[in-house]
Design a protein around this ligand. Structure first.
Ligand code: DC
Length: 222
């Protein structure tokens, strides 16, 4: 039986392994992967480059109405310029966390995220995809892990890519982003209603993937 189009959401804090898990789960299910964090990163990068401060509401709204964001299979384009490489830096980690707390920014990006559902089934990953963007998703997950486990993963990931890394610095940044993401007034990071809560601190990537795939298949068979 072919299932009608469906959405799986994966929310959770920074470094919980969402991206890797969401990408692999989408691949194994044969559906698309939507990285909403990449959209926030791209917009934060361009706003910061344009020297538009997060508290200058009027300038922000004007700039947001002029910025065109396009999502491709493995890249994000801002005003036709591919920023996929530039958005994965510690600086953009901080910028995205700051700008994503601004209501005007979240409002401007909501439509673009929601419309992705029109192009077929997808696994969406973010901070509010199960609660705000796709509240009617077929299956929702909330993936988390201790700050130390998450910092260790980020550290090893950066080292394996030949980049410089400082564990304490990463841990502090993760803790600060947790505070920013969960205390902001609009769409704070929270466990969406009906989401399956998964603490991955002591789980391997394969264990997490198997858990997710089994859960989705079971939900689709009902
Ligand atoms: O998942 P990430 O680290 O790439 O996300 C970058 C930032 O964007 C992070 O600080 C939280 C924010 N974000 C958000 O507020 N809502 C989302 N749906 C996705 C990301």
């Amino acid at each position: 039986m072919i299932n009608p189009s469906y959405v799986v959401t994966i929310d959770g804090p920074a470094g919980a392994g969402k991206s890797t898990v969401a990408k692999r789960a989408a691949h194994e299910l044969g559906i698309k992967y939507l990285d909403t964090g990449a959209i926030y990163r791209a917009i934060a990068l361009i706003l910061a480059k344009s020297e538009i401060r997060p508290d200058s509401e009027e300038f922000l709204r004007e700039a947001l109405s002029e910025i065109k964001i396009e999502l491709r299979e493995n890249s994000v384009l801002v005003n036709d310029f591919d920023v996929s490489g530039e958005i994965r830096t510690p600086e953009v980690d901080e910028l995205a966390s700051i700008y994503s707390a601004v209501p005007a920014v979240r409002e401007a990006l909501l439509g673009l995220q929601k419309e992705q559902e029109n192009y077929g089934s997808l696994v969406a990953e973010g901070r509010d995809v199960g609660s705000v963007v796709f509240p009617d998703a077929k299956v929702k997950f909330f993936l988390t892990a201790s700050p130390e486990a998450r910092a260790k993963r980020r550290y090893l990931e950066r080292i394996s890519k030949g980049k410089e890394a400082d564990y304490e610095e990463i841990l502090n940044s993760i803790k600060q982003r947790d505070i920013n993401d969960s205390t902001r007034e609009i769409s704070p990071l929270s466990v969406p209603e009906g989401a399956v809560y998964l603490d991955t601190s002591d789980m391997t990537e394969d264990e997490v993937i198997n858990f997710i795939i089994n859960h989705v298949k079971e939900a689709l068979s009902k």
